[in-house]
Design a protein around this ligand. Structure first.
Ligand SMILES: *Cc1c(COP(=O)(O)O)cnc(C)c1O
Length: 235
Protein backbone atom coordinates (compact mmCIF):
# COMPACT_ATOMS: atom_id res chain seq x y z
CA UNK A 1 0.00 0.00 0.00
CA UNK A 2 1.35 3.45 -0.86
CA UNK A 3 1.94 5.79 2.08
CA UNK A 4 -0.82 8.17 1.10
CA UNK A 5 -0.25 10.67 3.91
CA UNK A 6 3.44 11.09 3.05
CA UNK A 7 2.65 11.39 -0.65
CA UNK A 8 0.01 14.01 0.05
CA UNK A 9 2.46 15.96 2.24
CA UNK A 10 5.13 15.97 -0.49
CA UNK A 11 2.61 17.07 -3.12
CA UNK A 12 1.39 19.87 -0.86
CA UNK A 13 4.98 20.94 -0.22
CA UNK A 14 5.82 21.09 -3.94
CA UNK A 15 2.61 23.00 -4.70
CA UNK A 16 3.33 25.48 -1.91
CA UNK A 17 6.89 26.03 -3.18
CA UNK A 18 5.57 26.61 -6.71
CA UNK A 19 3.08 29.16 -5.37
CA UNK A 20 5.75 30.92 -3.29
CA UNK A 21 8.10 31.14 -6.29
CA UNK A 22 5.27 32.49 -8.44
CA UNK A 23 4.45 35.17 -5.89
CA UNK A 24 8.13 36.19 -5.64
CA UNK A 25 8.06 36.69 -9.42
CA UNK A 26 4.69 38.52 -9.28
CA UNK A 27 3.04 35.72 -11.25
CA UNK A 28 -0.34 34.10 -10.72
CA UNK A 29 0.30 30.69 -9.09
CA UNK A 30 -2.69 29.32 -11.04
CA UNK A 31 -0.77 29.90 -14.30
CA UNK A 32 1.66 27.07 -13.45
CA UNK A 33 0.74 23.42 -13.96
CA UNK A 34 2.52 20.73 -11.96
CA UNK A 35 3.34 17.61 -13.97
CA UNK A 36 4.15 14.77 -11.55
CA UNK A 37 6.81 12.71 -13.34
CA UNK A 38 5.82 9.15 -12.50
CA UNK A 39 8.29 7.11 -14.58
CA UNK A 40 9.11 3.85 -12.69
CA UNK A 41 6.36 4.66 -10.14
CA UNK A 42 3.73 1.89 -9.82
CA UNK A 43 0.17 2.54 -10.92
CA UNK A 44 -1.26 2.30 -7.39
CA UNK A 45 0.99 5.14 -6.23
CA UNK A 46 -0.13 7.25 -9.19
CA UNK A 47 -3.71 6.45 -8.23
CA UNK A 48 -3.05 7.68 -4.67
CA UNK A 49 -1.50 10.90 -6.05
CA UNK A 50 -4.49 11.40 -8.34
CA UNK A 51 -6.84 10.93 -5.39
CA UNK A 52 -4.79 13.55 -3.54
CA UNK A 53 -5.70 16.03 -6.28
CA UNK A 54 -2.82 15.62 -8.73
CA UNK A 55 -4.21 15.34 -12.26
CA UNK A 56 -1.17 15.58 -14.56
CA UNK A 57 1.45 12.81 -14.81
CA UNK A 58 4.61 12.60 -16.91
CA UNK A 59 6.17 9.44 -18.32
CA UNK A 60 9.21 8.88 -20.48
CA UNK A 61 8.38 5.52 -22.04
CA UNK A 62 5.39 5.08 -24.32
CA UNK A 63 4.79 1.42 -23.44
CA UNK A 64 5.05 1.98 -19.68
CA UNK A 65 2.61 4.87 -19.90
CA UNK A 66 0.06 2.86 -21.88
CA UNK A 67 0.12 0.09 -19.26
CA UNK A 68 -0.43 2.63 -16.49
CA UNK A 69 -3.21 4.44 -18.31
CA UNK A 70 -4.97 1.09 -18.67
CA UNK A 71 -4.48 0.36 -14.96
CA UNK A 72 -5.92 3.82 -14.19
CA UNK A 73 -8.73 3.79 -16.74
CA UNK A 74 -11.21 4.53 -13.92
CA UNK A 75 -9.37 7.75 -12.99
CA UNK A 76 -8.46 9.36 -16.33
CA UNK A 77 -5.48 11.54 -15.43
CA UNK A 78 -3.82 13.73 -18.06
CA UNK A 79 -0.75 11.95 -19.44
CA UNK A 80 2.35 13.85 -20.55
CA UNK A 81 5.22 12.33 -22.51
CA UNK A 82 8.35 14.06 -21.20
CA UNK A 83 11.04 11.71 -22.53
CA UNK A 84 12.59 11.35 -25.95
CA UNK A 85 10.16 10.07 -28.58
CA UNK A 86 11.36 7.66 -31.25
CA UNK A 87 9.74 8.17 -34.59
CA UNK A 88 8.46 4.57 -34.73
CA UNK A 89 6.47 5.19 -31.51
CA UNK A 90 4.81 8.37 -32.81
CA UNK A 91 1.51 6.64 -33.62
CA UNK A 92 1.06 5.20 -30.16
CA UNK A 93 2.21 8.43 -28.53
CA UNK A 94 -0.34 10.49 -30.47
CA UNK A 95 -3.06 8.12 -29.36
CA UNK A 96 -2.22 7.89 -25.66
CA UNK A 97 -0.74 11.20 -24.50
CA UNK A 98 -2.64 14.46 -24.12
CA UNK A 99 0.62 16.45 -24.00
CA UNK A 100 3.93 15.59 -25.70
CA UNK A 101 6.90 17.65 -24.47
CA UNK A 102 9.71 16.27 -26.61
CA UNK A 103 9.17 17.04 -30.30
CA UNK A 104 12.38 18.33 -31.82
CA UNK A 105 12.07 18.01 -35.58
CA UNK A 106 9.62 18.59 -38.36
CA UNK A 107 9.24 15.00 -39.63
CA UNK A 108 8.32 13.85 -36.11
CA UNK A 109 5.79 16.67 -35.77
CA UNK A 110 4.20 15.80 -39.11
CA UNK A 111 4.09 12.12 -38.24
CA UNK A 112 2.37 12.90 -34.93
CA UNK A 113 -0.12 15.13 -36.69
CA UNK A 114 -1.04 12.42 -39.19
CA UNK A 115 -1.32 9.79 -36.44
CA UNK A 116 -3.40 12.08 -34.21
CA UNK A 117 -5.74 12.92 -37.09
CA UNK A 118 -6.19 9.22 -37.87
CA UNK A 119 -6.91 8.46 -34.20
CA UNK A 120 -9.26 11.42 -33.77
CA UNK A 121 -6.96 12.93 -31.11
CA UNK A 122 -5.76 16.50 -30.57
CA UNK A 123 -2.66 16.29 -28.38
CA UNK A 124 -0.79 19.40 -27.27
CA UNK A 125 2.84 19.55 -28.37
CA UNK A 126 5.87 21.32 -26.94
CA UNK A 127 8.98 21.79 -29.02
CA UNK A 128 12.08 20.70 -27.12
CA UNK A 129 14.96 23.14 -27.47
CA UNK A 130 18.67 22.51 -26.92
CA UNK A 131 20.28 25.73 -25.67
CA UNK A 132 23.53 24.18 -24.49
CA UNK A 133 24.67 22.86 -27.86
CA UNK A 134 25.45 19.46 -26.38
CA UNK A 135 26.02 17.10 -29.30
CA UNK A 136 24.44 14.14 -27.52
CA UNK A 137 21.33 15.97 -26.36
CA UNK A 138 17.87 15.91 -27.83
CA UNK A 139 16.27 19.18 -28.79
CA UNK A 140 16.10 21.54 -31.75
CA UNK A 141 18.68 24.31 -32.02
CA UNK A 142 17.15 27.80 -31.87
CA UNK A 143 17.91 28.36 -35.57
CA UNK A 144 15.97 25.21 -36.45
CA UNK A 145 12.75 26.42 -34.84
CA UNK A 146 11.28 28.53 -37.62
CA UNK A 147 10.64 25.63 -40.05
CA UNK A 148 9.20 23.59 -37.19
CA UNK A 149 6.75 26.37 -36.32
CA UNK A 150 5.89 26.88 -39.99
CA UNK A 151 4.99 23.20 -40.16
CA UNK A 152 3.10 23.55 -36.87
CA UNK A 153 0.86 26.23 -38.34
CA UNK A 154 -0.18 23.71 -41.03
CA UNK A 155 -0.96 20.90 -38.55
CA UNK A 156 -4.62 20.02 -38.29
CA UNK A 157 -4.76 17.63 -35.32
CA UNK A 158 -1.84 18.39 -32.99
CA UNK A 159 -1.71 21.78 -31.32
CA UNK A 160 1.78 23.18 -30.78
CA UNK A 161 1.62 25.30 -27.64
CA UNK A 162 5.15 26.09 -26.45
CA UNK A 163 8.76 25.19 -25.77
CA UNK A 164 10.42 22.62 -23.51
CA UNK A 165 13.90 22.70 -22.01
CA UNK A 166 16.08 20.11 -20.32
CA UNK A 167 19.15 22.14 -19.32
CA UNK A 168 22.54 20.57 -18.56
CA UNK A 169 22.61 18.98 -15.09
CA UNK A 170 24.10 21.36 -12.51
CA UNK A 171 24.28 21.09 -8.71
CA UNK A 172 23.33 24.65 -7.92
CA UNK A 173 19.84 25.45 -9.28
CA UNK A 174 20.90 29.05 -9.80
CA UNK A 175 23.32 27.85 -12.47
CA UNK A 176 20.27 26.67 -14.46
CA UNK A 177 18.69 30.14 -14.25
CA UNK A 178 20.44 31.55 -17.36
CA UNK A 179 19.07 28.63 -19.41
CA UNK A 180 15.52 29.19 -18.17
CA UNK A 181 15.80 32.93 -18.85
CA UNK A 182 17.22 32.17 -22.32
CA UNK A 183 14.24 29.95 -23.16
CA UNK A 184 11.86 32.73 -22.13
CA UNK A 185 13.83 35.28 -24.21
CA UNK A 186 13.80 32.90 -27.17
CA UNK A 187 10.01 32.57 -26.86
CA UNK A 188 9.64 36.37 -26.74
CA UNK A 189 11.83 36.75 -29.82
CA UNK A 190 9.84 34.17 -31.79
CA UNK A 191 6.60 35.98 -30.94
CA UNK A 192 8.18 39.31 -31.93
CA UNK A 193 9.23 37.66 -35.22
CA UNK A 194 5.59 36.93 -36.00
CA UNK A 195 5.03 33.37 -34.84
CA UNK A 196 1.49 32.98 -33.52
CA UNK A 197 1.65 33.54 -29.75
CA UNK A 198 -0.83 30.72 -29.11
CA UNK A 199 1.86 28.33 -30.37
CA UNK A 200 4.26 29.76 -27.76
CA UNK A 201 2.01 30.07 -24.73
CA UNK A 202 3.84 27.54 -22.56
CA UNK A 203 7.34 27.00 -21.20
CA UNK A 204 7.98 23.49 -19.86
CA UNK A 205 11.04 23.79 -17.64
CA UNK A 206 12.15 22.94 -14.11
CA UNK A 207 12.57 19.61 -12.31
CA UNK A 208 12.85 18.58 -8.64
CA UNK A 209 16.08 20.43 -7.89
CA UNK A 210 15.35 23.64 -9.79
CA UNK A 211 11.59 24.10 -10.33
CA UNK A 212 11.41 27.19 -8.12
CA UNK A 213 14.05 28.95 -10.20
CA UNK A 214 12.20 27.86 -13.36
CA UNK A 215 8.94 29.33 -12.03
CA UNK A 216 10.73 32.59 -11.20
CA UNK A 217 11.89 32.68 -14.84
CA UNK A 218 8.48 32.00 -16.38
CA UNK A 219 7.79 28.25 -16.43
CA UNK A 220 4.12 27.36 -16.98
CA UNK A 221 4.69 23.59 -16.77
CA UNK A 222 7.11 22.11 -14.24
CA UNK A 223 8.08 18.43 -14.42
CA UNK A 224 8.72 17.14 -10.91
CA UNK A 225 9.41 13.49 -10.08
CA UNK A 226 11.78 12.80 -7.18
CA UNK A 227 10.46 15.59 -4.91
CA UNK A 228 7.01 13.96 -5.08
CA UNK A 229 7.63 10.23 -5.37
CA UNK A 230 11.12 9.88 -3.82
CA UNK A 231 14.30 8.56 -5.42
CA UNK A 232 13.87 6.28 -8.41
CA UNK A 233 15.70 2.96 -8.57
CA UNK A 234 19.00 3.39 -10.45
CA UNK A 235 18.42 2.33 -14.05
C1 LIG B 1 12.74 12.29 -15.06
C2 LIG B 1 12.44 13.59 -15.72
C3 LIG B 1 11.96 14.68 -14.97
C4 LIG B 1 11.80 14.65 -13.45
O1 LIG B 1 13.03 14.61 -12.82
P1 LIG B 1 13.17 14.77 -11.23
O2 LIG B 1 14.56 15.21 -11.04
O3 LIG B 1 12.92 13.41 -10.65
O4 LIG B 1 12.18 15.76 -10.79
C5 LIG B 1 11.65 15.85 -15.65
N1 LIG B 1 11.80 15.94 -16.99
C6 LIG B 1 12.25 14.93 -17.74
C7 LIG B 1 12.38 15.11 -19.21
C8 LIG B 1 12.59 13.71 -17.12
O5 LIG B 1 13.05 12.71 -17.88
Amino acid sequence: MPDTAALRARLDDVRRRIADAAIRARRDPASIRLVAVSKTVPAEVIRAAFDAGQSDFGENRVQEAIAKSQALADRRPTWHLVGHLQSNKAGKAAEHFQVIHSVDDRPLLEKLDAAAAAAGRRPEILVQVDLADEPTKAGAKPEELRPIFEAASRCRAVRVCGLMLLPPAVDDPNLARPYFAALRDLRDRLVADGIDASMLAHLSMGMSHDFEVAVEEGATLVRVGTAIFGERPAS
